[in-house]
Design a protein around this ligand. Structure first.
Ligand code: GLN
Length: 196
């Protein structure tokens, strides 16, 4: 198995470290040539893509400027498994309730940016994740999911707000599992890829 990690901005190194701990091969996607090489028309292609946390507006702009936006969106719509954390969730959201700039918009969720306000900008909690039990969750200027489409499965809620969800082969978390040293959400993604 080989995953792509979008490495334009934000916390991509921490995802790489998680994959290293799990013994999974990966390639950084920094420019269109990386993507074209990793997704040849014939031959071995990526099994999935991770979109890290960071700043969704910056990543969205870079995706467009670098010509990566359309090819990545097309592959996700064609079924390429994708895991978006925090800003990655915002990039995948079909709707943002407090920002009219939309990005890949492939997942039927409505998300709210910087949803916890200033006081609770960053926090740590342990909470249930469907099928994984209680896991550590680190939130940094995080969004939450306000509404989901009927195809979306809610995987975790914190204080009554949805913080993890899945739709088909798309997985999102509002928190940063790559910063906790607990790799169970990454393992969940790998199983999602394998159970075709
Ligand atoms: N606040 C950021 C945004 O709006 C997300 C923060 C994060 O990824 N940790 O994109």
């Amino acid at each position: 198995m080989r995953l792509g990690i979008l490495a334009l901005q934000g916390a991509f190194i921490e995802h790489e470290q998680a994959l290293q701990r799990l013994g999974v091969d990966f390639v950084e996607i920094r420019q269109l040539a990386d993507w074209q090489q990793a997704m040849p028309a014939d031959g071995k292609r990526l099994d999935g893509l991770i979109i890290p946390g960071g700043e969704s507006t910056v990543q969205g702009k870079l995706l467009r400027d670098l010509g990566l936006f359309e090819p990545i969106q097309a592959e996700i719509l064609r079924g390429l498994p994708v895991f978006g954390t925090c800003a990655g969730l915002l990039l995948l959201a079909e709707q943002l309730n407090n920002d009219e700039r939309l990005h890949l918009a492939t997942m039927h969720i409505t998300a709210k940016r910087n949803a916890y306000g200033r006081q609770l900008g960053s926090f740590y909690i342990e909470a249930d994740f469907k099928g994984l039990g209680k896991i550590p969750m680190t939130f940094i200027r995080a969004p939450y999911i306000e509404a989901v489409g009927p195809q979306v499965e809610v995987l975790a809620e914190v204080n009554g707000k949805i913080v993890a969800a899945r739709e088909g082969k798309q997985l999102v978390t509002a928190f940063h599992p790559e910063l906790t040293g607990n790799d169970s959400v990454h393992k969940y993604f790998l199983e999602m890829i394998q159970n075709n």
